[in-house]
Write a protein that binds this ligand. Structure first.
Ligand SMILES: Cc1cc2nc3c(=O)[nH]c(=O)nc-3n(C[C@H](O)[C@H](O)[C@H](O)COP(=O)(O)OP(=O)(O)OC[C@H]3O[C@@H](n4cnc5c(N)ncnc54)[C@H](O)[C@@H]3O)c2cc1C
Length: 424
């Protein structure tokens, strides 16, 4: 069964989300600071009532399974929803679906003890608190072999020491999920374990917060951990399991992120189109120039291709394929995402001319954001390697020096198959 249709009931919900985001949520992007600064009085005043409306509509934290009070929507529906609220910086948090809290909630739900769930998961799901996931270190992020922050067992506690880097929202987080080396001599992907650490634990210091162009506040922390003690039961999953646990937070989350990026690229595309039919040069619309048409055609095709790849991947996940089985697709989505946003935002900027480059247009922010999505969660190059490795896994080498698909060889076999005699 193969269908590209959305069922009418769910389409109604998507239409509601679309209007709600455009009319109520998008304006927040222009007046509020970080969307994780949940204790800001203006956040309380402006965002909380919108979250309440989403809850009343039954669309809150839809990524959750029914056992956690969610609707148990599959990845396909979640992807379509993210495409709607990805238009706005505040969209995800108004719908209770903001990273990294969604991924952190998933691993807490899978691996947390009942006490941990009560203390960390429940308030996280209600957005009473926000969280931080910290793996990357100052000396490198793409290569897990260079990570050094360590956790050493002392009696009933683990003692964590080290430095972490670009830990998003650390300054607002009530707790951290940290990856630390517990077994330095184990194989590369068995060296690290994961821990839940309350943010007020002594020994955690924010050395400095870093930001990037377009962000309203600097929220990515360089952290120093000095003799930070956590009870042994704060380990998430088994010792050495950090990478196994981490996989749980990546599968669906990457699809949501991709659809939100698609939404941003679509906004750039819409602006490009409007400008093309509004601006005149040498006596005719920009839209009449072939090189402008090429930009519009290429952008439209790329958006549709990207959308189909994401939806196919979400559909595969819904068919019960796990992270391993869909790794190639998920990595492929991750590699396309930055290029689509970068290319389409850059074309939109170009078509807007000098206005496009100005602070009054969002294009430069979106171009920087394309680098954000190409780095966070691992750089594009690493994901391309995954795609190629997965593709090549299934491929057998040729038996001899010449490939089996030589035309002359195929013709010889075909003639033999059909019993044809005479000249070849
Ligand atoms: C906006 C943002 C938010 C982030 N939030 C978090 C967070 O909350 N928690 C967290 O732990 N981390 C976070 N990160 C860090 C992110 O995971 C790392 O930036 C990423 O893994 C790359 O690590 P790095 O920055 O150290 O780059 P490096 O590892 O130094 O790599 C630099 C560059 O080298 C190239 N490269 C690296 N490896 C390869 C390879 N195998 N083949 C070819 N080229 C390669 C790529 O071009 C790469 O961009 C965030 C990053 C960004 C940009």
């Amino acid at each position: 069964m193969w269908s590209f249709e959305t069922d009418p009931d769910f389409q109604q919900e998507l239409d509601w989300i679309d209007q709600f985001v455009r009319n109520e949520v998008e304006p927040l992007d222009h007046v509020l600071g970080s969307q994780w600064n949940i204790h800001d009085p203006e956040f309380q005043r402006l965002v909380r009532p919108l979250q309440k409306q989403v809850q009343e509509r039954g669309l809150w934290a839809c990524h959750l399974g029914p056992e956690l009070g969610g609707k148990g929507y599959g990845q396909l529906k979640l992807a379509l929803m993210n495409e709607k609220f990805g238009r706005s910086r505040f969209g995800p948090i108004v719908f209770g679906s903001q990273a990294p809290d969604t991924g952190n909630a998933e691993i807490l739900a899978h691996y947390g003890t009942p006490e941990q769930k009560k203390r960390f998961l429940d308030p996280l799901l209600d957005n009473e608190i926000v969280s931080c996931f910290t793996m990357t270190e100052p000396q490198g992020g793409a290569d897990p072999l260079v990570l050094e922050a360590s956790a050493v067992r002392e009696g009933d506690e683990w003692v964590i020491n080290g430095e972490k880097w670009f830990a998003s929202n650390a300054r607002f987080a009530s707790f951290f999920i940290i990856m630390a080396v517990t077994d330095p001599d184990a194989s590369p992907y068995r060296r690290m374990s994961m821990f839940i650490v309350p943010a007020d634990t002594p020994g955690i210091e924010i050395v400095r917060n870093y930001g990037f162009y377009g962000e309203p506040e600097d929220t990515h922390a360089h952290l120093r951990w000095t003799n930070v003690r956590v009870p042994a039961e704060n380990m998430l999953g088994e010792q050495g399991d950090a990478f196994v646990v981490a996989q749980v937070r990546l599968g669906g989350g990457r699809m949501h992120h991709a659809m939100r990026t698609l939404a941003q690229a679509t906004r750039a595309f819409d602006m490009m189109c409007e400008r093309a039919v509004s601006r005149f040069t040498k006596g005719e619309q920009l839209a009449k120039k072939q090189m402008v048409q090429e930009k519009i055609a290429d952008s439209w095709v790329e958006l549709r291709q990207f959308r189909l790849l994401i939806l196919e991947t979400a559909w595969l996940l819904d068919q019960g394929h796990d992270y391993k089985a869909t790794r190639k697709n998920i990595a492929a989505v991750k590699t396309v995402m930055p290029r689509i946003l970068n290319d389409i935002a850059a074309r939109a900027l170009q078509i807007h001319g000098s206005l496009g480059i100005s602070h009054d247009m969002p294009f430069a922010e979106w171009i920087i954001n394309s680098f954000h999505v190409g780095l966070a969660d691992g750089p594009t190059e690493v994901h391309k390697v995954t795609v190629a490795r997965e593709v090549l896994k299934e491929v057998q080498p040729a038996k001899g020096p010449f490939p089996d698909y030589l035309k002359s060889e195929q013709t010889r076999r075909a003639r033999e198959k059909f019993g044809l005699k005479g000249e070849e």
